[in-house]
Design a protein around this ligand. Structure first.
Ligand SMILES: [Zn+2]
Length: 223
């Protein structure tokens, strides 16, 4: 590995010591979406395009498509807003009580946190990111971005669509609400009110205002 890759990993990503090109530079943590990936292009992206760090926690028993989610996240964010998602790490946790999550916060409780939500959002807080994405088997709905104060994150479950992960992350980063739909569903926009499984375009859109909210978030950093 060349010195410049080490330098960029250290200065831009806070990654030191033994590095994996696949994980630490390319941000690849699963085999479910194989494709050719250019280290050169990624090095350029790391050094020139703003990003948010997220950590990934899979509760054992869930069946996520981690790489599909990361690749779709970057397709949407880079394509619309010139900002990207850097996964700092990915772990699996054996926590049988949490795989089917009992929730308050995601059921419109006005942000009261259930004991299981409290336990879930404690996990992965030592993985180098302020925002943690959780994969569970089942919750209420396919995903939810409600989280306890001071522990930014969201979860997606086995019923998630290809766009659930980045939809929930976009709720967290920039605090983006569902797009005002009047009486249409806005099925071309990532933040549709009508469910990401119904999105009817190849690549969901984000408006300039949604991009501004993402780019203005406190957890967006630049090299
Ligand atoms: Zn939503």
């Amino acid at each position: 590995m060349t010195a410049s890759i080490r330098n960029v990993a250290s200065s831009c990503l806070d990654k030191t010591g033994r590095l994996s090109l696949r994980e630490d530079i390319l941000g690849v943590y699963a085999n479910d979406n194989p494709q050719n990936r250019s280290v050169l292009a990624q090095m350029n992206r790391i050094q020139t395009v703003p990003f948010v760090k997220i950590a990934l926690v899979t509760i054992q028993g869930a069946s996520p498509q981690i790489q599909r989610d990361l690749d779709n996240a970057n397709a949407v964010w880079v394509g619309n807003c010139n900002v990207w998602v850097y996964p700092t790490d990915s772990i699996t946790v054996n926590a049988p009580a949490l795989v089917a999550l009992a929730q308050d916060d995601c059921n419109g409780s006005g942000h009261s946190v259930s004991s299981e939500e409290d336990q879930l959002f404690d996990l992965g807080r030592n993985l180098g990111a302020n925002i943690v994405a959780y994969y569970i088997q089942s919750g209420s709905g396919a995903g939810c971005a409600a989280h306890p104060p001071g522990r930014r994150g969201f979860w997606a479950d086995d019923g998630a669509s290809p766009w659930t992960f980045i939809h929930e992350l976009t709720h967290v980063v920039g605090d983006n609400p569902h797009i005002d739909s009047n009486d249409s569903c806005n099925l071309g926009n990532l933040m549709t009110t009508c469910g990401t499984a119904n999105i009817n375009v190849a690549l969901p859109n984000l408006t300039n205002n949604q991009c501004d909210r993402i780019n203005g978030d406190a957890d967006i950093e630049s090299c």
